[in-house]
Design a protein around this ligand. Structure first.
Ligand SMILES: Cc1cc2nc3c(=O)[nH]c(=O)nc-3n(C[C@H](O)[C@H](O)[C@H](O)COP(=O)(O)OP(=O)(O)OC[C@H]3O[C@@H](n4cnc5c(N)ncnc54)[C@H](O)[C@@H]3O)c2cc1C
Length: 183
């Protein structure tokens, strides 16, 4: 990739999802950005095959406010970027059974509390009993007693998304240079 010789307002180290999405947003804002990456874009934890969860269901409650901001952004990037970012809203189920030694009423209380708190924190969450869960996923079996369903949960191809952000950042009004840095 070409080496940029002019100075940049911002230098970002690392071409993973954090680095490239920040580069994209800064480039959109008209800032000049240099991205230093010792390997290829998405060579680190943001790479690899397959899709990963873009989900709120069952996460640590402290993460949920960020998920309420993230969900519409993923949908927006999917619409805006030519070819999308590899994001799909699929809905997500969090399944419950009764662990050995636990009491059923305690588990049912936990499920209800989880759905209620997630709803209060802005994550639409539906409490499903066993039959309603099996209606949604007929191949499930075992000692399932119910689930919490989040319609806004989804998945995304992390490598595709990371490379898409880098591509869009290069196209932006900013000036993205990708320099191979030595560790
Ligand atoms: C779509 C998506 C869904 C995800 N879903 C989940 C999930 O469900 N659960 C979960 O736990 N996590 C999830 N993640 C997060 C993921 O597992 C990683 O935590 C995340 O991708 C890390 O991104 P990063 O940019 O911080 O790091 P990395 O992707 O590791 O990027 C760091 C980059 O820096 C480069 N680098 C390192 N040192 C130097 C140096 N000295 N100079 C120059 N370059 C250097 C590396 O080569 C690498 O490319 C998801 C990520 C994505 C993109």
């Amino acid at each position: 990739m070409a080496i940029q010789t002019t100075a940049s307002e911002t230098v970002i180290v690392g071409g993973g999802i954090h680095g490239v999405s920040l580069a994209y947003e800064l480039a959109q804002a008209g800032r000049t950005v240099t991205l230093l990456e010792t390997d290829d874009i998405a060579a680190g934890a943001s790479g690899g095959s397959g899709e990963r969860g873009v989900r709120a269901n069952g996460r640590d409650l402290r993460e949920l406010p960020m998920a309420t901001v993230g969900f519409p952004l993923w949908a927006q990037y999917q619409r805006q970027f030519e070819g999308g970012v590899g994001y799909r809203r699929t809905g997500g189920l969090h399944l419950f059974n009764i662990p050995h030694g636990a009491h059923e009423h305690e588990v049912r209380g936990s499920i209800e509390a989880m759905a209620m708190v997630q709803n209060v924190l802005g994550i639409p969450s539906q409490l499903l009993n066993r039959d309603e869960t099996l209606e949604r996923e007929p191949e499930l079996a075992g000692d399932l007693i119910g689930s919490v369903y989040c319609p806004d949960d989804g998945v995304c191809d992390q490598t595709f998304a990371t490379q898409a952000f880098a591509g869009q950042a290069r196209k932006g009004r900013g000036n993205l240079a990708h320099r191979r840095a030595r560790r």
